[in-house]
Structures are given as structure tokens and as C-alpha cells.
Write a protein that binds this ligand. Structure first.
Ligand code: VGL
Ligand code: ZN
Length: 214
């Protein structure tokens, strides 16, 4: 697949807490970094996202007495998985992994900063309606399907923030392609199989970084 000047790469949540040794470590999470560095030079536009929670965030099990990480609870907008405290604003765990070097990135989009709503997707928070502003940003910059834009995704985690972001890209009318080997999954209670079923329905494409060319 040939990359064009209108294509955009979004690198999702390559932060210390999602890498080995972090609070919500994704198995092999740091392995996405060399894969991302390999393909980054093909793209004229790269955006980064950063999971960015306040210390008492409602997705933290610690905010719900009696609950444990990976339990599910009901919040105003529906079911929410509870996580260990992670990516707390202004802590080392929230910083990008120190090996990640993408100084050419044009935007760092922070998400999950509202105490009462989690945000897996870079486009919409977990109530599926509160916008992060990313759809408007892309549209105002002329990154539309009509103009030939496709959004490519890499990073962490495949079955949460990467997956929800790709599904929402489709929701706002953008072609979405996940670079599968530049992602790693949490795989909690069948989450990989669940999200891949949704990828099929929504038309999210899965490819490997080796399939990309200049
Ligand atoms: C993520 C769980 C909680 C992710 C973020 O980046 O995939 N997963 N917060
Ligand atoms: Zn989070």
C-alpha cells in the first residue's frame, strides 16, 4: 500500500505506563516503537495521543471502594472497565516512552482528562458522544476522505485505544487502517476477538508495516 501526502499516521498512547514496568503494562508494549520508527518517514503527517487522567479518575479501581482493577462497573454512560491507576497527569507514567522519537509530530492530543468519563478513542469519549475535537481538527486541516486521506493507526493498546479510535474514524467518515504489527493488545476477556468483529463490520482495515511503501 502506497502512502500519499494526504495520509495521516496517529500514534496512540506510547506511554511509560503501557510499556513493561508501567502501571498498566501491555505485553511487549515497547516493541511497537521500532516498528513505528520504521514507517514514520513514509508519512508527512503524524499525530500523537496521550492518555492523561486526573488522580481521582473514575476509570481507576482506586476511586471505587471495594473494586479491583479489571472489574467492570456501571457509570452514567454504561459499562466501564476499571484499571490500575495509570497515566496520571504530570507523573512519569504518563510521559511518552523515552525511546519514542517523533519530533515531527504535528499534534499531541490528550484525552481522558475529564474525571467522570474515560476516553479510549481519540475521537469520542466513552459516552460515545463527547468529542475530543480531533474530528474537527482533521476536517479543518483538509484531511477528509474526499481529499484522499486515510488514517493509519499504531500504538497501544490494540484492543482498546487503538481499536476504539479506528472505529470512530470510520464513524466520522474516514478510511481507517491499523498497522497490526505496530500495535500490542491487552486482551482482557476476549477483547481482541470482540474488537476484530467490529473492525469487520465497520470496514477497519488491518495490515502489516511491511505492506507499506513510499
Ligand atoms: C488504554 C485502558 C485504559 C489504552 C487507556 O491506551 O488502550 N487502555 N486507558
Ligand atoms: Zn486510561
Amino acid at each position: 500500500m502506497q502512502i500519499t501526502p494526504q495520509d495521516v499516521l496517529i500514534v496512540i498512547d506510547v506511554q511509560n505506563d503501557f510499556c513493561p514496568g508501567g502501571a498498566l503494562a501491555v505485553p511487549g508494549g515497547n516493541a511497537v516503537i521500532p516498528a513505528i520508527h520504521r514507517i514514520a518517514p513514509l508519512f508527512q503527517h503524524i499525530l500523537l495521543t496521550q492518555d492523561w487522567h486526573p488522580p481521582d479518575h473514575s476509570s481507576f479501581a482506586s476511586a471505587h471502594p471495594g473494586k479491583k482493577p479489571f472489574d467492570t462497573i456501571n457509570l452514567a454512560y454504561g459499562a466501564q472497565t476499571l484499571w490500575p491507576d495509570h497515566c496520571t497527569q504530570q507523573t512519569p507514567g504518563a510521559e511518552f516512552h523515552p525511546d519514542l522519537r517523533l519530533p515531527q509530530a504535528e499534534l499531541i492530543l490528550r484525552k481522558g482528562f475529564r474525571r467522570n468519563i474515560d476516553s479510549y478513542s481519540a475521537f469520542f469519549e466513552n459516552d460515545r458522544t463527547t468529542a475530543t475535537g480531533l474530528a474537527g481538527y482533521l476536517r479543518e486541516r483538509g484531511f477528509t476522505e474526499t481529499n484522499g486521506t486515510r488514517i493509519f493507526f499504531a500504538g497501544l493498546a490494540y484492543d482498546y485505544c487503538v481499536g476504539y479510535s479506528a472505529l470512530d474514524a470510520r464513524r466520522v467518515g474516514l478510511p481507517a487502517v491499523i498497522l497490526r504489527d505496530a500495535c500490542r493488545a491487552i486482551d482482557l476477556n476476549g477483547s481482541v476477538a470482540d474488537i476484530e468483529k467490529q473492525f469487520l463490520q465497520a470496514g477497519v482495515q488491518l495490515i502489516d508495516t511491511a505492506d507499506l511503501s513510499a
